[in-house]
Design a protein around this ligand. Structure first.
Ligand code: UT7
Length: 331
């Protein structure tokens, strides 16, 4: 028995923000962003809206795609780095909005690796028989948390809002489902990409005016370090996943990397010898949506006919923590 994707869904808020629009807010240009990142547009919310609100239409689409009624869901796992509130977890707000009372609602906080980390948890729950219909969601609202001045341009040009969702369940067909997941982290780099405040470690209070004036409540990143480590760690964990299943790159039908930067995707693909036609990207239209990035790609790949039943799919991610992960699955 394996854990299969029964349905997939996604949602992007309607407002499309071009690079030229960003250039009106900060010193940047369409040319710089396209050349360094491959991003042309991203979606940003245009009204009060949390990660759980974006998750609702994505979840409903995944449920419809799976042919599963909401009441059949027996567990929600939601990955986000942009929770609706500090606590409780965003999965609780999603549970309420979907009208699903009593089932467990779990938040996962592993940033760009959040979806694969969540998949690993869901896979374990399903394999042990604890749950049979898990709603797995990655949802992010970045736009209201970015420093949209020149000071924050390295981060602000990358991130977009959105949500992706999947319905997972046990599958008796052994040729279908998750083959394995591989998770890693290295906390020595935790401060290379982070939002420092508010934080419980600060005394006497976790947030004050000086911190805000210093911009410590905005995401800050050592972009070069992230780039170098991503290009080193993703091929490493992909090699681990392939070896664990006695598979090679030639066996893969579709490679779906986390959408961090098109140059990272191309460097990783080159390093592992994956031909460009097997690599899925949508970063040009949606930017980096962290935990939502992989499920949004899976949804788009299905819509475009690039992902079909029986395909062997390789997922890989790298992000804050640092965390990195890979998964192999038969769609
Ligand atoms: O999912 C994980 C999340 N994060 C990532 O994956 C990020 C990984 N890193 C990157 O994608 C790249 O490092 C960036 C796209 C963020 C930056 O590209 P880079 O080629 O590494 O540029 P850099 O950081 O070395 O900066 C080069 C210059 C700097 O100016 P000076 O110091 O040379 O005068 C930056 O200030 O580019 C400047 N710069 C910008 N210029 C125009 C940084 N961001 C921008 C911008 N527009 N948006």
């Amino acid at each position: 028995m394996r854990t299969a994707f029964l349905g997939i869904g996604g949602y992007l808020p309607p407002r499309v923000v071009s690079n030229d629009e960003l250039a009106e807010m900060m010193e940047t240009s369409n040319e710089w962003i396209v050349e360094r990142t491959g991003i042309r547009t991203r979606h940003w919310i245009d009204r009060e809206c949390g990660a759980s609100d974006l998750a609702v239409p994505a979840s409903r689409q995944a449920l419809a795609d799976a042919g599963v009624a909401p009441e059949e869901i027996d567990c929600i796992i939601l990955a986000t780095l942009s929770p609706d509130h500090t606590f409780p977890g965003t999965a609780c707000f999603l549970q309420e909005k979907l009208g699903l009372k009593g089932i467990p609602a779990l938040d996962i906080r592993n940033q760009c690796s959040g979806f694969i980390y969540s998949l690993a948890v869901a896979d374990a729950f399903i394999k042990t028989g604890q749950y049979r219909r898990i709603l797995l969601v990655g949802a992010e609202v970045h736009s209201t948390g970015l420093d949209k001045t020149t000071r924050g341009r390295d981060v602000a040009c990358l991130f977009g809002d959105g949500a992706g969702a999947a319905v997972l369940g046990p599958c008796e067909e052994t040729e279908r489902g998750v083959l394995s997941t591989h998770l890693h982290a290295d906390g020595r780099y935790a401060r290379e990409l982070w939002i420092e405040v508010p934080g419980s470690r600060f005394f006497p209070q976790r947030l004050d005016v000086a911190m805000v004036e210093q911009g410590r409540h905005f995401p800050r990143m050592n972009g070069r370090r992230v780039f170098v480590e991503a290009v080193r760690r993703m091929p490493e964990v992909i090699g681990e996943a392939l070896a664990a299943n006695s598979l090679s790159v030639d066996d893969i039908d579709l490679f779906v990397p986390h959408q961090a930067n098109q140059r990272i995707t191309e460097a990783v693909a080159k390093q592992i010898g994956m031909p460009a036609e097997k690599v899925f990207s949508n970063i040009d239209k949606v930017g980096n949506t962290t935990a939502a990035s992989i499920p949004l790609c899976l949804r788009d790949a299905c819509l475009q006919g690039k992902l079909q039943r029986g395909h062997l799919v390789l997922l890989a991610s790298f992000g804050a923590g640092f965390t990195w992960a890979a998964a192999l699955l038969r769609w």
